[in-house]
Design a protein around this ligand. Sequence first.
Ligand SMILES: *Cc1c(COP(=O)(O)O)cnc(C)c1O
Length: 427
Amino acid sequence: MPGGDDLVARDRRCVMHPYAAPISSAPLFAVERAEGVRLTLTDGRELIDGMSSWWAAIHGYAHPALTAAISAQLGRMSHVMFGGLTHAPAVELCEALVALTPEPLTRVFLADSGSVSVEVAIKLALQFFIARGQPEKRRLISALAGYHGDTFGAMAATDPVNGMHHLFRGALAQHLFAEAPGPAFDAPWSPDALSSMAALLERHAHEVAAVILEPIAQNAGGMRFYHPQYLRELRALCDRHGVLLIFDEIATNFGRTGELFACHHAGVAPDIMCLGKALTGGTMTLAAALCTEQVAATIAGNEPRVFMHGPTYMGNPLACSAALASVRLLLASPWRARVSAIEAQLRRELAPCRAIDAVADVRVLGAIGVVELKQPVDTARVQPAFVERGVWLRPFGKLVYTMPPYVIEPGELSRISEAIVGVVSGL
Ligand SMILES: *Cc1c(COP(=O)(O)O)cnc(C)c1O
């Protein structure tokens, strides 16, 4: 297929990429098609996808059920404003999300991206306390190694070092950061695991609206998996101190960690929960913030009574149809068996990395496999090495990791594991 080199050259003249220099000659690959677990480059090369396009494409690409749902909706209505209007795709999706998420969550705000759903979650927490006559409760407690998105509100709750907060001093809300949650997911429980969190709550609860956390798996901030007991004790602490609990499930939602939602590992419900990424199975951008009846009723029952948010493309019918089809497809599939088979295979096949000098740690949870190195990897060098081995992986920092589509076949997953072991051995 002609045009790949030309496309890359044209891209370099005007297109910016995520977390990249705005003018860059870093390796870039032009994709022609994506189907199942394969990306086809414009030069004809096929890559097995180990990234699910950042946690999203859990069913693989171009799944006929998702394509059909979006096409059918396109024929009826691609978009209408959501102020004063509603439609079946949004109502059915919100009903499904309320039914699937922990019971106290009853109200859904549809947002256009994960970061925006985090903004909405923060705003819900602040408006809850404004409505209760406690406007001084406007700070958050977050955790080190967390990641909550790239907009200013979400960035302020992200790890201050990874999020380069020093660059934006004066423009970011000043939140409080507890030690990264621990111990590890399968390590013995340690009773002092919440000491830093407990101390912050003790000292600052009077000015704190909410604790925000990625449950069980911290993702872009370090790919760390922590103990479910942490969440149970955190829930009790938040209740004791009159602070709301926000779970950011944007990366972990819809089965990725082995449970439908990561908070199910702990049997704990938050007051506010963010969903995104895999919500539409990787087809369209859509996210959601859910809250309890208590949060919704408190805001509705007090001045100014309205919730102050409303994106232009809120509740986009195409995205809602895609999400509804994706959720139904997931629930009708043997997703739990697939994720646990991926987990077992990754544990087995990534284990040899432990013997490699450059490797600091290997960890696997659900359909997430992580090899942490002692030194940061040079992505510009390592990325093409993976492409040469026929797989698509995108390491960052010290982390080489995979979160493949759930439909990946064992032979395909072995290609990803072999590429990781091979490339990491050569570092
Ligand atoms: C990706 C991510 C976000 C941000 O979502 P976007 O859709 O990229 O804005 C927020 N929180 C977590 C945990 C994420 O993984």
